[in-house]
Write a protein that binds this ligand. Structure first.
Ligand code: NAD
Ligand code: LMR
Length: 339
């Protein structure tokens, strides 16, 4: 179904984004974990996105208030709140994109893998419901450990007979956001002009920013590149420690999640050349899942792009990350198949 937005402010915005026509398709986005630290600002940002026509906010508690609040904003989408498992099906039905920031965040001293025991079960349950109620939706997985929750989702969908590797994404956009910010600071270039691919996974050394491919190019000395790499890999921990027990990145994550969901929606709507990094099923390396640049299209992943030329430091980082990433992927697959 298409809704004309020709004379609205939203319509003007879309035309700026490169639309050739004056119509934009209806798109439903569901946020699971919408009352949480990420969920609330992400709900706000998705409410501001003119590509969204229906916004479903689901959580196990507190969604009616969040939904009522967000629903008063005078933008295109209709907002509905859903609370508790009984309402999960209704929240998901008809969704084009499902974003999952449900689950517990880290406290200082924890790794993302320490969240596995709680979050693996949460993600599994939510993915079983997605397979039932909106099997064709693009799934944007934010819940940690992403290196394991994405393989869990894939196994759940395989068991349900609904798996489409083009539609499952681990959201690693925050790593790219951080790499861009930190690089711009050191290279003294305008941050809005910066591009840096980040590949691998989303935990510690599995996060591999490719500063050798950063643009605008700045020829930074090796010790600066090493320090930038470490800061990007430890960006999540930097926030966890600064929040001192009150959780992990929420606002920057909501921003990153909104950018990635927007890219998915643009791809679905046929906007050409939409490219973002994401942790997806991949043949870029020997690992079954890997984050790299991905071209998004009308069916989700249109093309998983290769790594491009790597510096010796990046080649070394790539080899170092593989054992940890492999073991996190295998842990997810094992969990999904034994429980
Ligand atoms: P939070 O505790 O503030 O919010 C989580 C929300 O999930 C809560 O509202 C909770 O009620 C809800 N929830 C729990 N079980 C649920 C279920 N079965 N169904 C629906 N909702 C459920 O945590 P947060 O700070 O928003 O972080 C959420 C997750 O995102 C964590 O796992 C965190 O590690 C992860 N995260 C990932 C990235 C990334 O880059 N991918 C970045 C930041 C945080
Ligand atoms: C992040 O990168 O900020 C998230 O993965 C949250 C965390 O635990 O670090």
């Amino acid at each position: 179904m298409f809704r004309s937005v020709a004379r609205s402010a939203a319509g003007k915005h879309l035309l700026r984004r490169g639309y050739a026509t004056e119509s934009v398709p209806d798109r439903k986005v569901a946020v699971l974990g919408a009352a949480g630290g990420i969920g609330q600002p992400l709900a706000l940002l998705m409410k501001l996105n003119p590509l969204v026509s229906r916004l479903a906010l689901y959580d196990i508690a507190n969604t009616p208030g969040v939904a009522a609040d967000v629903s008063h904003i005078n933008t295109r989408s209709e907002v509905e709140g859903f609370v508790g498992e009984d309402q999960l099906g209704k929240a998901l039905e008809g969704s084009d994109v499902v974003i999952i920031p449900a689950g517990v965040p880290r406290k200082p001293g924890m790794t993302r893998d320490d969240l596995f025991n709680i979050n693996a079960g949460i993600v599994k349950g939510l993915c079983e419901a997605i397979a039932k109620y909106c099997p064709h939706a693009l799934v944007n997985m934010i819940s940690n450990p992403v290196n394991s929750t994405v393989p869990i989702a894939a196994e759940v969908f395989k068991k349900a007979g609904t798996y489409d590797e083009k539609k499952l994404f681990g959201v690693t956009t925050l790593d790219v956001v951080r790499a861009k910010t930190f690089y711009a600071g050191k290279a003294k270039v305008p941050v809005a002009d910066v591009n840096v691919p980040v590949v691998g996974g989303h935990a510690g050394i599995t996060i591999l920013p490719l500063f050798s491919q950063a643009t605008p190019s700045a020829n930074l000395p090796e010790d600066v590149v090493v320090a930038l790499t470490k800061r990007t890999q430890d960006g999540g921990t930097e926030v966890v420690e600064a929040k001192a027990g009150k959780g992990s990145a929420t606002l920057s994550m909501a921003y990153a999640g909104a950018i990635f969901a927007d890219a998915c929606l643009k791809g679905l709507n046929g906007v050409p050349d939409v490219v973002e990094c994401s942790f997806v099923q991949s043949t870029v390396t020997e690992l079954p899942f890997f984050a790299s640049k991905v071209k998004l299209g009308k069916n989700g992943v249109e093309e998983v792009l290769g790594l491009g030329p790597l510096s010796d430091f990046e080649k070394e980082g790539l080899e170092k990350l593989k054992p940890e990433l492999k073991s996190s992927i295998e842990k997810g697959i094992k969990f999904a198949n034994q429980s």
